[in-house]
Design a protein around this ligand. Structure first.
Ligand code: ADP
Ligand code: MG
Length: 436
């Protein structure tokens, strides 16, 4: 039988959510700095090795990524063009006295999604507002088209690869649950006469090969750019898929992201960045960028074996509601909160296993009422909190950054009952910021 195909609408809020204008602008203003930072980390082999040393002893997935990273460096990189697409996520923290503060949740350096659907959400909310007789408010919604910005980055990398007949390959999931988001970016490329193919790791394993120049061919087509929308969690990989990943990383194709940039997005790296002096080292001579970045950091704490880790573990066990416990995982639904955090930390506090996690201060946004529309779910008013994401795109050619842009934004909103989880995890829904 043919595989079951179900089309349902992406979940969204009925109404746009209020977002403080100053924080929204702050998030835009710091994005090019974050692009520079991610790029700098990805090139700093020594920083990555030192930072991830304790993590890769206990976390097999990060260790496997790191092994590939080392392997490709040993062989020597075949490509000097680097394409980064990231999304920096924030919440508005009301936990401290004074006005709400912009605090970074994390930065996603691989498969950062919803740039496509976010390009359509404003139209939906504009329509809803007009139906409600609020056309003035509708006119105030900001235009937003991340798909275009992401495609411009991919197109730039494709152009620098320098082979007009080569294609862009979207590396997609085994079961494709977010294809329409990807199609928005894909169509922008077709409109620029750039051919796009969609393949899974399995297809690459079966049909992919490198020629003498390490040019990547899949099904007889030369691939200029590999855009990963898969490959960020352990369940994406079996032995064959790891082999396919290695093949891609060794190839001359531009990788978005390359494996070093994926590692730059780990929670452990995020935590190390918050140490005094670390940003200054990574971005020498850029004190203003450093200050803008640091202003968005929440408290982040290492659980490495030693006195520092012992202290913070004890503090979190005594006061679990002040913290979030995060493993080196992506995609939502992996973090631990409250009583569960306490129990897990109690169990692992004297074992090296604790170093596979980091601790973070829990952000406390102000909830607001909204309606979450999700296929086959009843509609009801919910107390909600929102998370703002800003898309960044950059291209480096050798030592030169030839493109460094902010591509647009994404607002996701969820009911307060859910401590964790994104849109793909079935918890958050798409939203549009209404600046206040
Ligand atoms: P993932 O890589 O799984 O997306 P995140 O760090 O983004 O991991 O965490 C997932 C979700 O958990 C976030 O979308 C947010 O809703 C919640 N969360 C994460 N960190 C915090 C925090 N420090 N305070 C409050 N909520 C958080
Ligand atoms: Mg996240």
């Amino acid at each position: 039988p043919p595989p079951l195909q179900v089309v349902s609408y992406a979940p969204f809020t009925l109404l746009p959510s209020a977002v403080p204008r100053a924080l929204f602008e702050q998030a835009y203003a710091v994005q090019q700095d974050f692009n520079l930072l991610v790029d700098a980390i990805s090139r700093d082999q020594e920083f990555l090795e030192r930072t991830l040393a304790s993590t890769i002893k206990v976390d097999d997935f990060t260790a496997q990524l790191f092994r590939i990273h080392q392997q490709v460096l040993e062989e020597g990189l075949a490509q000097s063009v680097f394409l980064g697409i990231n999304r920096s996520d924030y919440m508005f923290d009301c936990g401290v006295a004074g006005p709400p503060a912009l605090k970074q949740i994390e930065i996603n350096t691989i498969a950062a999604s919803f740039g496509g659907l976010a390009s359509r959400t404003t139209t939906v909310h504009g329509h809803v507002l007009r139906v409600l007789g609020m056309s003035e408010e509708a006119a105030r919604l900001l235009p937003n088209n991340p798909a275009r910005g992401l495609a411009l980055g991919i197109a730039k990398a494709w152009e620098l690869y320098g082979s007009p007949s080569a294609v862009v390959m979207f590396l997609v999931e085994e079961v494709q649950r977010n294809i329409f988001d990807q199609r928005c970016v894909e169509n922008e490329l077709w409109n620029r006469n750039i051919r796009v193919i969609r393949r899974r790791f399995r297809d690459v394993f079966e049909q992919g090969s490198l020629d003498g120049d390490r040019r990547l061919h899949v099904d007889g087509q030369e691939v200029a750019v590999v855009y990963y929308r898969e490959g960020y969690v352990p369940k994406n990989y079996d032995q064959q898929n790891w082999e396919a990943r290695l093949l891609l990383e060794r190839s001359r194709a531009v990788k978005c992201p390359d494996i070093a940039t994926q590692l730059a997005g780990t929670k452990k790296v995020q935590q190390e960045l918050s140490r005094p002096g670390m940003l200054e080292k990574l971005l020498p001579g850029r004190s203003e960028a450093v200050a803008r970045i640091r202003a968005t950091f929440a408290g982040l704490y290492s659980l490495d074996v030693g006195e520092e880790g012992d202290k913070i573990a004890a503090a979190a066990i005594a006061n679990p509601d002040r913290f979030v416990l995060k493993p080196q995982r992506e995609g939502g639904g992996n973090n631990l909160y409250g009583e569960e955090l306490r129990q897990v930390l109690e169990r692992i506090k004297d074992s090296p296993e604790r170093t596979s996690y980091i601790l973070m201060d829990k952000i406390q946004p102000q909830p607001a009422i909204n309606y979450l529309l999700r296929a086959r779910s009843p509609l009801k008013a919910s107390k909600c909190i929102s998370e703002l994401g800003i898309f960044g795109v950059y291209v480096r050619h050798g030592k030169e950054l030839v493109l460094n842009e902010v591509a647009g934004h994404l607002l996701r909103t969820k009911a307060v009952e859910h401590a964790d989880g994104g849109v793909a995890a079935g918890v958050a829904v798409l939203d549009t910021p209404y600046l206040v």
